[in-house]
Design a binder for this molecule. Structure first.
Ligand SMILES: [Zn+2]
Length: 319
C-alpha cells in the first residue's frame, strides 16, 4: 500500500525474505523529478511491487531523477541496477559502501573470514554454516556500481533541497538523506523505531563500527530533524527521544560486555553466548557474534578492555 507520509513524499513497502518482513521505500516528488530512497531485494515479487507502486503514483521510470541506496545490504541495494536500467538515473551511495559493493561483486566475501572466526572462538561447524549464508544474501542483489558517492552536505538531484548525511556504523558508508526545508530525515537502517540497528564488526578496514555509530547518532542530534522516516517501521515523530534510547541501549550493552569478560578472559564468541543467550537461530547467532565483536573492540579502543592473543585464540579481559 502506498501512503503519502508527507507532502510529495510517498512510502511503500516491499516484501523481504527475512524476519523483518518488509522494507520501506520512499519516493520524493521534487518538482523536478522523483528521488527514490532504497530499492528492495532483487526478487520477482519485489520488482512487481515497485512496478505497481510507480503505476499507482502515476510516474514513469523516466521521471526518476536519482536513486539513493542508503547502504549496501540486499534489502536496500538489491534492485538498484534494475531501477537504474529503466530510469537511467544516477545511484547515490556513501563512498565506503560504494567501494565495498565494487569489491564484493569483484572478489566475493573476504578471504580471511575463516581465520577471523576461528581466532575469536567460533566453533568450526558454525563457521562453515555462516559461510554458506553469504552467497544466499548475494543472490538477492543484482550487481551494480554507484555513480555518485556523496559526502555529508552534498546536494542530491531534484528540485527540493535533499542533502546527503553520512552516518557510518550500521555499515561503513551508511547514507541518510535530509529533506532540509521540512526537517525530514530518511534514515535507512541508522535509526529504527522498533529494533536496534545491527552494529557488527566485519572488516579490519573499519575497526570501530560501534564508535562510528555512536558518533553518527550524535550527528543526528545536532541536525535535530523534526521527523525520521526509517527503512523499517512507521515514521518517528520524536527523533531525539529515539536517538537517546539507542545511545543508552549501547551504553548498557557495553557494561554487560565488560561484565562478561571475567579473568582469565573470554573470546568474543563466549561473550556473545553470555550476553545474548543460547536460544538463537543461526542468523541470530551470527549477528550476536559480530555485534559482540564490535562492542569488545570499541571497549579496547577506548581503553576499558585489553585484547590478548592466547595461542591461536583472541581473548578480551578487563584491566
Ligand atoms: Zn541494513
Amino acid at each position: 500500500m502506498t501512503m503519502e507520509v508527507a507532502p510529495g513524499v510517498f512510502r511503500f513497502q516491499v516484501p523481504v525474505p527475512f524476519k523483518l518482513g518488509h522494507v520501506n521505500l520512499y519516493l520524493v516528488d521534487t518538482g523536478n523529478g522523483f528521488i527514490l530512497v532504497d530499492t528492495g531485494v532483487a526478487t520477482a515479487e519485489a520488482a512487481r511491487c515497485v512496478h505497481e507502486t510507480f503505476k499507482q503514483v502515476g510516474i514513469d521510470y523516466s521521471e526518476i531523477a536519482g536513486i539513493v541506496v542508503t547502504h549496501f545490504h540486499a534489502d536496500h541495494a538489491g534492485q538498484a541496477a534494475r531501477v537504474q536500467q529503466l530510469s537511467r538515473a544516477p545511484i547515490y551511495m556513501g563512498k565506503p559502501d560504494a567501494d565495498y559493493v565494487h569489491e564484493f561483486f569483484r572478489d566475493g566475501p573476504p578471504p580471511d573470514l575463516d581465520e577471523c572466526l576461528a581466532s575469536h572462538g567460533v566453533p568450526a561447524r558454525l563457521a562453515t554454516a555462516f559461510r554458506e549464508v553469504l552467497p544466499a544474501l548475494g543472490r538477492l542483489m543484482i550487481p551494480f556500481a554507484a555513480d555518485v558517492a556523496p559526502a555529508t552536505g552534498d546536494r542530491l538531484g531534484g528540485g527540493r533541497t535533499l542533502i546527503g548525511v553520512l552516518t557510518p556504523g550500521h555499515t561503513p558508508g551508511h547514507l541518510c538523506v535530509l529533506l532540509q526545508e521540512e526537517g525530514i530525515l530518511f534514515a535507512g537502517d541508522h535509526i529504527l523505531p522498533h529494533i536496534t540497528p545491527h552494529i557488527g564488526l566485519y572488516s579490519s578496514a573499519d575497526p570501530n563500527p560501534l564508535g562510528n555509530y555512536l558518533s553518527s547518532l550524535e550527528a543526528v542530534l545536532r541536525i535535530a530533524p523534526r521527523r525520521i522516516l526509517p527503512a523499517h517501521g512507521p515514521p518517528l515523530e520524536d527523533p531525539e527521544r529515539r536517538v537517546r534510547e539507542l545511545l543508552e541501549h549501547h551504553r548498557q550493552r557495553l557494561d554487560r560486555m565488560v561484565a562478561a569478560t571475567h579473568p582469565p578472559g573470554s573470546t568474543a564468541w563466549e561473550v556473545s553466548r553470555v550476553v545474548f543467550g543460547g536460544d538463537l537461530d543461526l542468523v541470530e547467532r551470527w549477528l550476536a557474534f559480530f555485534e559482540s565483536l564490535a562492542h569488545l573492540e570499541h571497549l579496547v579502543l577506548e581503553g576499558t578492555l585489553r585484547r590478548v592473543r592466547d595461542n591461536s585464540r583472541t581473548i578480551y579481559l578487563s584491566h
